[in-house]
Design a protein around this ligand. Structure first.
Ligand SMILES: [Mn+2]
Length: 274
């Protein structure tokens, strides 16, 4: 663990941010603004749930600092940063616009990212696997066919709920109610997402959704979760050499927020037999 002061701007090859939930009062927008001020990258991935469309639909809450975040990202895009927006379930209105650009920001359902050292990482938000996690035991029993079917049905149901204006069923809210099993849910989520990466021939996966930042090995697949800006204030950074770092951008003082980065840079992970 290393602690840095907040004077310098760090430039990375890639930055991954997710689950900001702009439009929700819980979003730690001032911390994100400060983070964006001190961090730059060649490419920035917004890994879903950046804007909380469902919250905004219920009651409009959009203070100036939400605009500041959007403007900061647009400015970075204008100055040459490639910004890719991968929608999540809370900003799924953007899923109707895959392949489009707005203000220099690309929208994509998911993407294969290649690191500086030639590793392939599947980048996706992760909500499509909620149904698998909830019914893990049953689906394991029924096999691959039921597994693929469950994901298709889940995507279909989400689209219908969206058209009808019904809120997306929330995995994290549901998991919180089942505290006793929460660790199992996280483990199960990591496993199914890693399986998806394996299916696509990737070395790893970078996702968000469950608000639990971590870099971990799942049977030879590197599982990386970006965390959130509601509680943990975390981001994932790729250095110029392809190594990843989990950054926690937190206030270390109660009165005057002085955000600082606590970096957890990965060690070289010995490849395991898949
Ligand atoms: Mn989500």
């Amino acid at each position: 663990m290393l602690v840095r002061d907040n004077m310098d701007t760090r430039h990375f090859r890639t930055l991954f941010i997710s689950d900001v939930h702009l439009g929700s009062k819980a979003a730690k927008v001032d911390f994100l603004l400060d983070f964006l001020k001190h961090h730059d990258a060649d490419t920035i991935f917004l890994v879903g749930d950046i804007v909380d469309g469902w919250r905004l639909k219920r009651s409009w809450y959009w203070p100036q600092d939400c605009n500041d975040v959007v403007q900061k990202l647009l400015r970075k895009a204008r100055k040459g940063t490639r910004v890719i927006y991968i929608p999540g379930n809370h900003d799924e209105f953007l899923r109707d616009f895959p392949g489009t650009h707005f203000g220099g920001i690309e929208v994509a359902e998911r993407m294969m990212h290649e690191t500086a050292d030639g590793k392939k990482y599947l980048v996706l938000h992760g909500d499509e696997f909620d149904v698998v996690v909830r019914n893990a035991r049953l689906l394991a029993y029924l096999g691959d066919w039921a597994y693929d079917m469950a994901i298709m049905i889940n995507i279909g149901l989400a689209a219908i709920r969206r058209k009808m204006g019904m809120p997306y069923w929330s995995f994290s809210a549901w998991a919180k109610l089942q505290v006793k099993h929460a660790v199992n849910f996280i483990g199960e989520f990591q496993r199914v997402v890693a399986d998806e990466a394996r299916k696509h021939g990737a070395d790893g996966v970078i996702c968000g959704h469950i608000h639990h930042a971590v870099m971990e090995d799942m049977d030879g697949i590197r599982y990386i979760n970006t965390g959130d800006w509601v509680e943990s204030c975390t981001a994932i950074a790729e250095h110029q050499d392809g190594t990843f770092e989990l950054i926690e951008w937190r206030s270390m003082s109660g009165i005057q927020p002085i955000p600082m980065a606590i970096g957890h840079r990965e060690k070289e992970v010995a490849p395991q037999a898949a």
